[in-house]
Design a protein around this ligand. Structure first.
Ligand SMILES: [Zn+2]
Length: 353
């Protein structure tokens, strides 16, 4: 067997090359996964368009000792190809997903990821490649009923499921989702799975609102036509139980606070690229609890597999396109940034289902 593989390697901004790359050795506690499908994340797109952001180019990552050029990709599924000598709970042929984020384990599961960590596809080689090597403890088998293309959604769904957990969404709640990009759509899915009864979704794109409805939003509004807060207050004068801010701009941040009832949770999930003025008195007068969500706990990652297995959940509208690894830049990155109808683009590696 050859010890190189085809991979999409990040060299620099606007410089991702599909080329032959060495396959790393499988250490005693590692698992080698033959990648089936790997989704393109907003993070990958940002590293391509305006990076480096998280990828290290000068100083190697503290935990991995690695720096660019590195294989991109961290949202993936695959089949175990080989296991290290210490690995007993996994074997060749197991269908799996991999939590790409490795933390030190020195802190609680709720907070560990806020300290030192590394992620596959950013700080070590990732999954836009035929093979990916991961610590065995991050590898999770999936039920045989879950197709491998859908399983590649476990990672981005986990980001949303964690945000819904931080928002303390419970059975019967009414929630507002500001922003219906890929993560906003997954937030709707996770909120529905958590038992939210009414899910109000807001965006400026009709295409995205259409998708929001398909995946579980009970009401959608284009905020070009009407102010979201005015709309919400007509039916819910006290405000919604929780708001999730997934757009990342001041107007949606302000709306999320104004739309939520006193002691309700406002959770910022979006990356805010720009500073803006904010007076904390709006928290005092509204009485809302403002917090944020970043990444996910390993438990949340595992639970996201169950969400995908839920018969009432349909994530198919989120999988908008499948592309070949060779065409990842043109059909993947360029398409994702120019076409608002795209949500999650999957890159085909082995293509196994
Ligand atoms: Zn991601």
């Amino acid at each position: 067997m050859s010890n190189t593989m085809k991979a999409a390697v990040w060299y620099n901004q606007k410089d991702v090359r599909v080329e032959e790359r060495d396959i790393k050795e499988v250490k005693d506690n590692d698992v080698k996964v033959k990648v089936s499908w790997s989704g393109i994340c907003g993070t990958d797109l940002h590293e391509y368009e305006i990076g480096p952001i998280l990828i290290q180019t000068d100083n190697p990552n503290k935990l991995t000792g690695e720096k660019a050029p590195l294989v991109l990709g961290h949202e993936f599924s695959g089949v175990v190809e080989e296991v290290g000598s210490n690995v007993k709970n996994l074997k060749k042929g197991d269908r799996v997903v991999v939590n790409p984020v490795v933390t030190t384990g020195k802190h609680s599961p709720e907070t560990d990821r806020y300290y030192d960590f590394y992620s596959a596809g950013l700080h070590t080689d990732g999954s836009f490649a035929e093979y990916m090597i991961s610590p065995a403890e991050n590898v999770v088998p999936i039920p045989k009923e879950l197709p491998l293309d859908k399983a590649a959604l476990v990672e981005p769904l986990s980001v949303a499921a964690q945000a819904v957990k931080e928002a303390k969404v419970k059975d019967g709640d009414t929630i507002a989702v500001f922003g219906c990009g890929p993560i906003g759509l997954f937030v709707i899915v996770a909120a529905k799975a958590a038992g939210a009864k009414e899910i109000l979704a807001f965006d400026l794109s009709e295409d995205r609102l259409h998708k929001a409805k398909e995946v579980g939003a009970t009401q959608v509004l284009n905020t070009k036509d009407k102010d979201a807060v005015a709309y919400i207050k007509e039916t819910y004068p006290e405000g919604v139980d929780a708001s999730l801010e997934v757009a990342g701009v001041k107007p949606t941040f302000d709306s999320a606070i104004s739309a939520t009832k006193p002691k309700g949770n406002v959770v910022v999930v979006a990356i805010h690229a720009r500073d803006f003025e904010f007076n904390p008195i709006s928290l005092m007068t509204s009485g809302v609890k403002l917090s944020s969500s970043l990444g996910y706990e390993f438990e949340t990652f595992k639970k996201s597999i169950d969400i995908l297995m839920d018969k009432n959940i349909d994530v198919n509208p989120i999988m908008t396109k499948k592309v070949k690894l060779d065409n990842i830049v043109e059909d993947g990155f360029h398409s994702l940034s120019s076409d608002l109808t795209q949500a999650k683009i999957l890159v085909e590696l082995s293509g196994e289902i």
